[in-house]
Write a protein that binds this ligand. Structure first.
Ligand SMILES: NC(=O)CC[C@H](N)C(=O)O
Length: 221
């Protein structure tokens, strides 16, 4: 699987996700700078976690207008795979590539802890190696993770089975509507999620629950 990881000023999880992709797929991802205007020929584009442009204006709002994003949109239009993790999810909603918005956490505090995630959809290139309903451990670290969408959008997401992950067992850390932790685009090739699967891919990190996501991608591409 060929992949590119977009680095913005203030990204801080790009190394984690590059390591996860390299370890699972055997191919080192290419780092692409936000000011670049073209992507290399890749199957997967990753928008990593962090604090792009210092989270000024709104988390992800400035990054969504960075020069590289036109190439990311063209990649999506070609049916390419994209995953946005945490700040990457915020960037995808701000860019209009996924519906809804990530608001300030309901508790108005930054949360950095482990949650439980339930796999809500397995017919996706990101989750096919999980079991439907499987509960995973996964870390979160954010202040703007409170997913919101209007009633029509929510009905559509639920009706089209586009919720990939939900917070499980009362662990919703941010007030997200319907316990939504991650959603898919209409063609199921773009995933945005707040938790960090790249931080549970080897025993040294305390678990392997994030690994099947990267293995699913490696098998899909
Ligand atoms: N870990 C992250 O990607 C943080 C995301 C975002 N900047 C927030 O705090 O909401």
């Amino acid at each position: 699987m060929k992949s590119a990881v977009v680095v913005f000023p203030g990204s801080n999880r790009e190394r984690d996700v590059m390591k996860a992709l390299g370890a699972v797929s055997g191919a080192a991802p290419v780092a692409v700078w936000h000011a670049d205007t073209t992507l290399p020929d890749v199957d997967l584009v990753v928008l990593p976690g962090g604090f792009s442009y210092g989270d000024y204006l709104r988390s992800g709002a400035i990054a969504a207008r960075a020069p590289i994003m036109a190439a990311v949109k063209a990649h999506v239009e070609r049916g390419g795979l994209v995953i946005g993790i945490c700040n990457g999810f915020q960037i995808l909603t701000e860019a209009g590539l996924l519906p809804g918005a990530l608001m300030r956490n309901a508790g108005l505090k930054f949360v950095c802890r482990e949650v439980k995630l339930q796999v809500a959809a397995t017919d996706t290139p990101f989750t096919r190696l999980y079991e439907q309903g499987q509960v995973l451990r996964c870390p979160v670290a954010h202040h703007d993770g409170n997913y919101f969408a209007d009633a029509d959008t929510l009905a559509r997401l639920e009706g089209e089975n586009r919720v990939a992950f939900r917070y499980a067992e009362g662990t919703n850390p941010n007030g997200s509507i319907n316990d939504i932790a991650g959603i898919l685009s209409e063609n199921r090739r773009v995933l945005g999620m707040m938790p960090h699967p790249e931080n549970l891919i080897e025993p040294l990190q305390g678990g392997l629950d994030g690994r099947p996501l990267f293995e699913s991608l490696a098998a899909a591409a």
